[in-house]
Design a protein around this ligand. Sequence first.
Ligand code: NAP
Length: 221
Amino acid sequence: MTTVGIVGSGHIGSAVARLAIEARHQVVLSNSRGPETLADMAAELGPRTFAATYEEAAEASDIVVITVPVKVFPDLPAAALAGKIVIDTCNYGPERDGHIPELDSSSLTSSELLFRYILDAMLVKALNNICFKHLLSLARPAGAVDRCYLPIAGDSAAKATATESIDSIGYGVVDGGSLADSWRQATGTPVWGIPHGPTSNERGEPAGEDAIRTAFGTATR
Ligand SMILES: NC(=O)c1ccc[n+]([C@@H]2O[C@H](COP(=O)([O-])OP(=O)(O)OC[C@H]3O[C@@H](n4cnc5c(N)ncnc54)[C@H](OP(=O)(O)O)[C@@H]3O)[C@@H](O)[C@H]2O)c1
């Protein structure tokens, strides 16, 4: 059993929390407004869940999922994240995040930008290419014929631990390389949302390993 910290308990954060609880992990929820605003969600998820501040969630957890708007990166608890394995689900959207020159010019990926704020964390990009509803509905145990695969990118050995963690909540992964390579799974690329079908279909469509590799292969920058 692992303790999974959720930094940003919105659509994706709460979906990951639910899958982690189903996989028998412990979960620490956090958001920008404080633990008291997460009491109902924590109660619904049961006794292996508690709500905390961002700092407390990071400190208490073996693996931390950062799932917030990109514009929030400067406010993340860098000291508490030092030495932690961190999964970054975040996608850049200027309409929500404002314009960030390094991302507009593609001189950095959004994960490389995040890494600049949390230099002592072991950062992995994953869970960013699938809609939260599909993330919930398409989770399958290892060996299922319709198991879904998701892209992962990262520079450190943390990628192996993140792979195990993602496996435990119902997904295989396809290695997309380093954080610098993670533009291949960013907003608007062939692997972003498309393999799982339109969001109007709430259940989504399973996408196997070959479909994800093919989508990677057609990405252009
Ligand atoms: N929605 C999806 O299906 C999906 C899929 C893949 C990736 N993503 C990416 O994952 C990240 C999270 O997406 P989401 O849809 O889960 O977002 P969301 O539902 O809006 O949740 C955002 C979380 O970030 C926190 N937050 C902290 N500072 C904030 C601020 N200044 N403005 C807004 N929220 C702030 C929120 O806390 P409070 O609740 O206290 O405000 C909330 O817990 C984004 O980068 C998104 O692009 C989303």
